[in-house]
Structure formats: C-alpha cells, structure tokens
Design a protein around this ligand. Structure first.
Ligand SMILES: [Zn+2]
Length: 338
C-alpha cells in the first residue's frame, strides 16, 4: 500500500522532501505501562538494562505502529552518569535526580569513562541492539540533553534561571563546560546506529524569554550542531512561538514543538527553513481524550503542513495505547483523502 519504508519516510520528511504518507514519530518517549505489560520490560529496570530498553522502545513500532523507535525514555541518564543521587522511579513514574552536584562550572570534570558508565552505556548498547533488528526498516531516534537542561539537573533549575539575570557569566560557564557532553553522547549514538538524535534543551517559554534563548543558547546550539555527525531534532516544551525564528537558525534539522504553539503560525514563522514535528496534546487529548479527539488534533497538524506527526512530549505513562494507535490511523486516513 505504501512505497516507502518507515525509515525512508521519516528521513525524507525531516528533509522536507516528498513522502508516500506523513510519518508518525516520537522524538521523545512513547513508553506506556500498557506496553510494558505486553512486552515484559518494565520501568525502572528498562532505564539501566540495554535489552529491556530496546524491547520496551520497540513497542512504539510493534504495538503502536509508529515509524520511529526511541530508546532513551527519561531525561536523567546523563545526570546519573555524573554520579548524582537518583530516584529511578516506579513502573508509572519517570526517574528524578535528588541532588545538584555542582555550585560552579569550574567544579565540573567530565569523567573520562563517561560513555562506559551504565546509564549512558545502556542507551548506546540498546541502539546497537535495535540497529541489528530494525536498522534497515525503522528510523532509530537517539536522544541527548542539551547544556541548558544539563545545567538544570547538575546545578538546579532555580539557581540557574536566576543567574541568567544575576550572573550571566556563570550561566555561560555552565553551557560552555557541558556542551561537550551533548556532543560526545550524540556522536556515540550516531555511531551505534541512531539515524537522528533529539536534543532536549528546556529553554521553555514558561521559564525564559525568546531573547534569553537568542542571547545564551543560539550560539551554543549553532556550535554544537556543527560538531554533531548527523541530523538533530530540537525539543523544547511549552510555548516557544517567540523563539521559533531563532530556532530556525540554530542548525537543527527539525523542531519538536508543543501543543501550546499554533501549528499554522509555527509553519509561517519557520517558513521552510527547517522541518517541524508535533504537536498532539498529552494531558487532555492522549491521556484523557478519545480516539476522536486524537483524530481532530492530528488533522489540525496535517492541515498545517507539519512534516511529522508526534505527541508533544514524553507521554504520561498511563496513556491508553488505543489513543496512540489512533494517531497512526488518523494520519493514514488524512493522507488517503488528501
Ligand atoms: Zn518536553
């Protein structure tokens, strides 16, 4: 029925080239408790066991029909590898970091065995496993935290944000020090088999201004993207409308946006410079809504010309699989009729 393999479909869509149908992808996690029960790989074990991480992430294709597989579920593998005290969570909760390791950027030393440390090695090894089984057919999506998010986890959200005003040099110091982690981990994931890597850097509209993104982060993102050996998708949740123009200049292949951003407006601002993926609402539509609600959101994004349809962020773990499958079904219907 379709002429392209999922991998080709996704990579062409991210390049804004013609596709046989709009792809459905997940730059962030689509792991659910329902999927864990069906595949036998559960949180929290799946964060630190490559086989389980690969098995659970593959449910995105096997059970939901997505065109991508993305094994890094949480946002804390890097902080854990730095040695921060962790709560790895339960079957229905994400891991969390329990301490802030660094007061000042000068204290940070990136461990020489960083890529071999279990939280990092698990992601890399799971990509190798997925590459062997799915590499020809599916688009494998890696993920890394950008230096802004790493600063939240290693220094503390509040202190970091206050310093964008009180001590901007300290903020720049953290970004300069931590960007090396982002680059190193992304390149290791490409080497292991990732086709594209999501870079999550939560300079969100709820916390910082668009000018703040431009001032602190845009030059760092441009530099990082020059040193990463493959296409990247930037992920920032919340309303990012006021920084879309800057994001389009940062060297990413694609931007993964939130349902707080109007997809038609986003397309207009981005103006064909990069591709867009999103923006099916998590809490009200995917988690609490019906397949009919999902269909309406999917159509809104397809009609706006969004290149790849995806949930706006890592989905709530109790999201019903039926609603996730409804994304694929609605995209197929839309593409048949249009
Ligand atoms: Zn997010």
């Amino acid at each position: 029925m379709y002429s392209m393999k999922p991998k080709e479909r996704v990579l062409k869509a991210l390049n804004r080239e013609p596709v046989d149908r709009i792809p459905v992808g997940n730059p962030t996690s689509v792991a659910t408790v329902e999927s864990m029960e069906q595949c036998g790989a559960f949180f929290p074990d799946a964060h630190l066991d490559p086989e389980k991480m690969a098995t659970l992430s593959a449910t995105g294709f096997e059970l939901l029909g997505f065109d991508t597989i993305a094994p890094y579920f949480s946002v804390q593998q890097e902080a854990a590898a730095f040695g921060a005290k962790m709560r790895w969570g339960e079957v229905d909760s994400m891991p969390d970091v329990l301490e802030n390791l660094y007061e000042d950027p000068s204290q940070i030393v990136i461990p020489s065995d960083f890529l071999e440390r279990p939280p990092i090695h698990t992601v890399i090894e799971s990509l190798r496993i997925l590459k062997k089984y799915y590499g020809d057919n599916l688009c494998l999506v890696g993920k890394v935290m950008g230096p802004w998010t790493l600063s939240y986890h290693l220094h503390g959200v509040q202190s970091f944000l206050i310093n964008t005003i009180l001590d901007p040099e300290k903020v720049r110091g953290f970004l300069q020090k931590l960007k090396a982690v982002t680059i190193m981990f992304a390149n290791a994931q490409f080497e292991a088999g990732a086709d594209v890597v999501t870079l999550a850097d939560h300079a969100t509209g709820d916390l910082v201004s668009g000018d703040c993104y431009k001032d602190f982060l845009l030059p760092v993102h441009q530099e990082i993207n020059k040193l990463i050996n493959g296409p990247t998708i930037l992920h920032i949740c919340g309303n990012t409308t006021d920084r879309l123009d800057h994001i389009a200049k940062a060297g990413f292949k694609c931007f993964h946006f939130d349902s707080k951003v109007n997809p038609t407006e986003a397309k207009k601002i981005i103006d064909g410079r990069i591709s867009l993926t999103g923006s099916i609402n998590n809490p009200t539509v995917l988690y609490k809504g019906t397949p009919e609600d999902v269909r309406r959101e999917v159509y809104k994004n397809c009609e706006a010309g969004i290149e790849m349809i995806s949930p706006e962020c890592a989905i709530p773990l109790r999201t019903p699989n039926e609603n996730l499958r409804a994304i694929v079904k609605a995209v197929e219907e839309y593409c048949k009729d249009n």
